[in-house]
Design a protein around this ligand. Structure first.
Ligand code: C2E
Ligand code: MG
Ligand code: MG
Ligand code: MG
Length: 285
């Protein structure tokens, strides 16, 4: 706002900083309303098993339909929710909704075979949910109350969470492992963690960050990194998902490198529940 610059020349905050802080507080207020009034929903992005073409896994991705502003992407509102202390409540809502969804999907399996149902929803968690808050307790209690096995969920965390060596994080990860809930490291390769945690902690899956997949077929360095991640993970008994797969060429390179799963716009964008349900109904044996 160039025309405001003169007026605010002597104020401590620039107008844009004030506006930014106000917008963030307003977003926090709107998020509380969103949670109370059902403006949040989950979309589900299928995860393709490259070895056999099956689609029994999906990542739950949060969507916010703001009544006045339209859809606001999670990359905008999640950081605000984290900053304003709303992420544990939102995370609990996400966990509960994902569990309810997978419970609905499991009914596609006959009751006497439901124990073998391979459907799994992978849910993103923020650091705060591991270092305080009630959402992990809530998740475990809800699974137990519904008699659901831990493997119908997976929790995605980023490497950065393991960096600060908060004892609470390791303790929560052990609780999840004990309950059979697999842990995935999201955006792998972009953080600064020492990889020692891969053998120390019970990690089920690595997701190769989209930034290495984007130029996989033209940048030999990116291909080398993806291949090295896959080889290392497999030696440690860890499975690998490539995220952001947009072309067949990328997918076939990943397949050649032995990557286990592919997630990206090539196979499917994140889908509303009804569309995802139709898709898995088609893949059911
Ligand atoms: P993420 O966990 O790494 O999720 C993958 C993101 O990549 C999603 O963006 C997805 O729509 C996008 N994506 C998938 N395939 C492709 C592709 O082929 N090309 C491109 N360009 N993008 C692709 P989305 O849904 O906007 O989510 C962004 C981030 O927001 C997520 O990154 C995650 O960090 C965060 N997020 C989303 N939902 C939640 C949630 O429920 N809780 C928390 N704490 N964070 C969430
Ligand atoms: Mg994720
Ligand atoms: Mg990711
Ligand atoms: Mg990513």
């Amino acid at each position: 706002h160039a025309k405001d610059a003169g007026r605010n020349r002597f104020s401590y905050y620039s107008p844009s900083m004030q506006e930014h802080a106000q917008a963030r507080l307003q977003m926090g207020t709107d998020l509380r309303t969103a949670l109370a009034e059902g403006q949040l929903s989950l979309h589900y992005q299928p995860i393709l098993n490259l070895a056999n073409g099956e689609v029994f896994k999906a990542e739950a991705l949060l969507r916010w339909q703001h009544p006045a502003l339209g859809e606001i992407p999670p990359t905008e509102f999640i950081p605000v929710a984290e900053e304003l202390g709303l992420i544990d409540a939102i995370g609990s809502w996400v966990f509960d909704s994902a569990i309810a969804a997978v419970a609905r999907w499991r009914t596609l399996w006959p009751e006497d075979d439901r124990a073998n149902c391979p459907l799994q929803i992978s849910v993103n968690a923020s650091p705060r949910q591991f270092t305080g808050g009630r959402s992990i307790d809530g998740l475990l209690a809800r699974l137990e109350a519904l008699g659901l096995p831990g493997h119908c969920m997976a929790i995605e965390i980023t490497e950065g969470m393991l960096l600060d060596k908060h004892p609470a994080v390791a303790a929560q990860l052990s609780r999840l492992a004990a309950a059979g809930v697999p842990v995935t490291i999201d955006d792998f390769g972009t953080g600064y963690s020492a990889m020692a945690y891969l053998k120390r902690l019970d990690i089920d899956t690595l997701k190769i960050d989209r930034s290495f997949i984007r130029d996989l077929t033209t940048d030999p360095g990116d291909l080398a990194i993806a291949e090295a991640i896959i080889a290392m993970a497999h030696k440690l008994g860890i499975r690998v998902v490539a995220e952001g797969v947009e072309t067949l060429e990328q997918q076939s390179r990943l397949n050649d490198a032995g990557c286990d799963y592919s997630q990206g716009f090539l196979f499917s964008r994140p889908l509303p529940e009804a569309a995802f349900f139709e898709l898995i109904a088609r893949y059911r044996p």
